[in-house]
Design a protein around this ligand. Structure first.
Ligand SMILES: [Zn+2]
Length: 397
């Protein structure tokens, strides 16, 4: 049976059959869609998306039709779904409450197939795990207010639920008959490619298959699992290193610490690093660590909090082979999903693909133009996969 995959994490959504308790999070599903206020300003109408059938640059994206709604009135909806064992016809989901059955990962048309020459738009529903949406909410909350206005660095990035929607839906192939079960992601979701086939089989891609199935939110003993990596302060450090510390209450520079060097410089005290860890803006993906547990450990000895923070800042610790730290798979999976959100950009899939397709078309047009003008060109200038050009125009005389 075909699996449908979460638009955020790239792991399947289990909507039928028995699921063991470890994997129960995989069948808790929300459908994302977008809507706008109706003209009376009271009701919400779902946004309708149209395929771009004739535009070579836009094969990856739908558009909002000839009369798009006002951007200021658009919003993202989260629709609860009922797990329905009777719906074996994936990728359909049943909306909680109304019981309406909707098709995910394509434009949901009221009438299909279309009459000849007809155009029609429909809503898009993207399935995501509840837990993955929770991680996305934590991610968005962690984005500092200054990031919205300060620099180009955040242009197109996920800084709001609206922007998350823009990133995700634009990864949907923009033609109406797409049978798509998983959205493209520029990094192929950082693992699991070999088992992300028609049938999800985790053993097909060890150890990523097992990693992707681990619950990334409810992680038992999360704080202990991190603190097991804490090392004592090395002995014999030059006294100057310890006495010249520059502690401040400013944690700004360690906000969302990423890939900092692993060599400690002891510019700040260990207490400062411990406070920065508790501050949670340093490593916002650890939003649920237990502050009391950390304080207790801090008081139990002389620990190297700086080294732990630098290790936790390495973005590739989601890799199951990474030896920087001993971490449970659930926490590695969380860091993987967090990285997917960090890297997400509007049109991140569409732009390179669209450019490549357009360049191929333009190159083919140049080829045909040259052949029509009967200028001899070396055949090796063009890919052998090009079709033979049409016969040159010879006039009527
Ligand atoms: Zn997910």
């Amino acid at each position: 049976m075909v699996e449908v995959y979460c638009a955020i994490c790239g792991t399947p959504i289990y909507t039928s059959g028995s699921v063991d308790s470890r994997k129960i999070w995989l069948n808790k599903v929300i459908l994302l869609t977008s809507a706008h206020e109706s003209e009376n300003g009271i009701e919400l109408e779902l946004d309708l998306y149209y395929p771009r059938t004739n535009h070579p640059r836009s094969l990856w994206s739908y558009h909002l039709g000839p009369h798009p709604p006002d951007e200021a009135q658009r919003r993202v909806l989260r629709l609860d779904t009922d797990v329905d064992n009777d719906i074996c016809e994936k990728p359909y989901f049943k909306l909680a409450g109304s019981g309406k059955k909707v098709r995910a990962l394509s434009v949901h048309l009221a009438c299909h197939p279309l009459p000849p020459g007809g155009t029609q738009g429909g809503p898009i529903y993207l399935p995501v795990h509840r837990h993955c949406l929770h991680i996305a909410d934590c991610f968005i909350q962690s984005v500092d207010a200054s990031m919205h206005t300060s620099s180009e660095e955040y242009h197109g990035k996920i800084t709001s639920i609206r922007q998350l929607w823009e990133v995700l839906y634009r990864r949907l192939e923009g033609y109406i008959l797409a049978d798509q079960w998983v959205l493209q992601e520029p990094h192929d979701y950082f693992g699991g490619k070999s088992c992300r086939s028609m049938e999800w089989e985790p053993p097909n891609d060890p150890p990523y298959g097992a990693l992707l199935e681990e619950n990334p939110v409810e992680i038992p003993n999360i704080t202990k699992s991190i603190l097991q990596n804490l090392e004592p302060i090395p002995t014999g450090l030059p006294t100057g290193l310890i006495s010249n510390v520059q502690d401040t209450d400013d944690f700004q520079w360690v906000n969302n610490l990423r890939n900092t060097g692993l060599v400690c410089d002891y510019t700040y005290s260990q207490d400062w690093w411990c406070r920065a860890l508790i501050h949670k803006k340093m490593l916002p993906w650890l939003w649920d660590i237990d502050i009391h547990e950390i304080r207790e450990r801090q008081q139990s000895g002389n620990w190297n909090w700086e080294l732990l923070a630098r290790q936790l800042s390495q973005v590739e610790i989601h890799e199951p082979h990474d030896t920087t730290l001993k971490l449970p798979l659930g926490l590695r999976n969380r860091r993987r999903i967090w990285r997917i959100l960090e890297e997400g950009r509007v049109d991140d899939v569409a732009e390179p693909e669209g450019r490549a397709r357009q360049e191929a078309i333009e190159e083919k047009q140049r080829y045909w133009a040259i052949m029509h003008s009967q200028i001899q060109v070396p055949t090796r200038s063009f890919p052998s996969s090009f079709p033979p050009p049409p016969p040159p125009f010879r006039g009527t005389s």
